[in-house]
Unconditional design. Structure first.
Length: 578
């Protein structure tokens, strides 16, 4: 008679016996420490509780939070006396949780740990807020400093199971954008796939490509978070949601636009940290800085900042506000949206659907006895006339306009219907600005300009009144890219400025329905550099390069000041000294 052995069944029985021994040992340890024993193999793990302790620390401390009801936690441990376990338990107690401790085997804990792959570190609130677990996202941002890191993480997420992938992809993309200091996220469908691009320092950079099926699920997720209608696919939609990281709330404005293959998505990140800057850090040349300071000390008048979307206008206005805050004055802002909360001032947000637009907000704020008012943008005649009236009745008013030049602020207000006779009495200074990328200090190099560009740069430089930087034929260009700039050759941005003060010459030319060029010509005796001249000075300093200037502004040489016959207006002198 032949006896045969089934190795598989024997191994299964042996494994079962070992598991039973492990569970029996865990039960004995529970009796030793007078703690209840639990077998998690038949227990549903609460992932909301599990993510209170990150995966790496959980495994190191031999601990798992397997149930959470409000502030009450059920926690499984191998031993309550392990030093790492004690530290985690004490931390949960300090965070206000009531912990009920159980003894479990390593096998049970491994079952709980296996659920980390299911976790999406976000929870949606009824108000459309996407709250990211601060510990997890902080670790991610800390370890994700390059575009390559972000690309790899997104690619890793794409390999996960569909349910897990879709639940995590939005937070990974948004967190990656925050880590790389991107201002916008573009998700664009194409014929066979979709791609993600980040706008970093004003320029779009490819991040990842993924399949159409994932894109459709991602699109639905973004619509849901942003409060958009899922069933509308042939109309543009706008929405918003917010990300909370520790104490910082980042608002995200979403835009959906129907396209040839599907709907294109753009998400703009309104990070308060990106606009929390002082006036001294904006890249303003000292002479213009002195002019700004004097205008900010005046008790009334209208200060306008102009430029296209994304040119840094709001950041500059916030810097103005920070400089003017004192206990003795009241400041009110009307914004859309409130991008950065400043202590010591009253900030209100436009809600057009409720009838609270810029004009209504400005009228209401005037009844609050303010000293300084900031209006996010002048878009219509009602807002323009109210702002002008406020500036003429003892208020200092800040606002923005969408024009290309400082001189264009005057013509824009006239086009809106403002009486040109009161403009120069109202406007103290009109400013225009653009943002250019700064050369990476780690890899930039000296360059020799082409003869045509060198001639143009010299002609622009010669038009500057008493330049403080000496002329040099040595300029700089981007290097090969390095770790400091993520291979982008640029790192950060600096603003180019120009300004026009209201004086007698400007007042006279406004009576003739002038063009922007005529206003700019009338302002030449003021001696304030235009953006081309400011750009050449920054290029001579090595902050940026000529190619970047040409990308952002139209470099235009004007006749040197000596060739002009217009004499400096005495009123302009008064404005400089007042």
């Amino acid at each position: 008679m032949t006896i045969s052995f089934d190795d598989d069944k024997s191994n299964q029985r042996l494994a079962s016996l070992r598991q039973r021994e492990e569970e029996d040992l865990a039960e004995l340890i529970g009796q030793k420490y007078s703690l209840p024993y639990i077998d998690l193999s038949a227990f549903t793990i609460d992932t909301d509780g599990l993510k209170l302790v990150n995966e790496e620390l959980s495994k190191k401390a031999k601990i798992a939070v397997f149930d959470m009801t409000g502030k009450k936690l059920k926690v499984a441990v191998v031993s309550p006396k392990r030093p790492e376990t004690v530290i985690v338990l004490e931390d949960l107690d300090k965070r206000g949780y009531i912990v009920e401790t159980y003894i479990a085997s390593n096998r049970s804990l491994e079952k709980a740990w296996s659920r980390y792959v299911d976790i999406s570190f976000t929870t949606e609130s009824k108000s459309g807020s996407l709250e990211i677990n601060s510990e997890q996202i902080s670790d991610f941002i800390k370890n994700t400093r390059s575009i390559e890191d972000t690309k790899k993480l997104i690619e890793d997420v794409m390999t996960m199971k569909k349910a897990f992938r879709v639940s995590r992809i939005v937070e990974i993309i948004v967190a990656g954008a925050i880590a790389t200091k991107a201002s916008d996220i573009h998700v664009e469908p194409e014929q066979d796939n979709a791609r993600i691009r980040f706008r970093i320092d004003g320029v779009l950079t490819d991040i990842s490509f993924f399949d159409t099926e994932t894109f459709k699920l991602l699109l639905s997720r973004i619509k849901l978070l942003s409060g958009m209608k899922l069933n509308i696919k042939d109309q543009a939609q706008d929405g918003r949601f917010s990300i909370k990281i520790a104490e910082t709330e980042i608002e995200i404005r979403s835009s959906i636009l129907p396209g040839a293959y599907s709907e294109s998505v753009v998400m703009r990140l309104l990070n308060p940290d990106s606009i929390d800057v002082d006036l001294k850090t904006l890249g303003i040349e000292p002479e213009l800085q002195e002019i700004f300071n004097r205008q900010l000390e005046r008790p009334d008048g209208l200060i306008l900042n102009t430029g296209p979307t994304g040119s840094g206008k709001t950041t500059t206005l916030y810097a103005f506000l920070k400089q003017t805050i004192t206990p003795g004055i009241k400041i009110i802002t009307i914004e859309d949206p409130i991008e950065y909360h400043l202590p010591g001032i009253v900030q209100t947000q436009v809600e057009a659907e409720r009838g609270y637009d810029f004009a209504a907000g400005l009228k209401a704020s005037l009844r609050q006895d303010p000293d300084i008012i900031m209006v996010g943008e002048i878009r219509d005649i009602e807002t323009a006339e109210t702002a002008v009236h406020a500036s003429l009745t003892g208020h200092l008013v800040f606002s923005t306009l969408h024009t290309n030049t400082a001189a264009g602020a005057f013509t824009r207000l006239i086009d809106l219907g403002v009486n040109p006779k009161v403009l120069t009495s109202s406007i103290r200074i009109a400013i225009a600005q653009r943002l250019v990328r700064k050369l990476c200090t780690g890899c930039k190099r000296e360059s020799i300009l082409e003869p045509e560009k060198l001639t143009l740069a010299k002609a622009i430089y010669d038009g500057i009144d008493n330049p403080k930087i000496p002329w040099s034929e040595t300029f700089y260009e981007p290097g090969e890219g390095c770790t400091e700039c993520n291979g982008l050759k640029y790192s950060g941005r600096v603003a180019l400025f120009e300004a026009v003060l209201s004086d007698k010459a400007i007042e006279e030319v406004l009576q003739t329905n002038p063009s922007e060029r005529e206003i700019k010509q009338a302002a030449r005796p003021q001696g304030i550099m235009d953006m081309s001249q400011d750009g050449i000075i920054k290029a001579l300093k090595g902050l940026t390069d000529i190619s970047e200037l040409e990308r952002v502004i139209n470099l235009e040489a004007v006749a040197p000041k000596e060739t002009l016959t217009t004499e400096k207006d005495p009123l302009a002198e008064d404005l400089y000294s007042s």
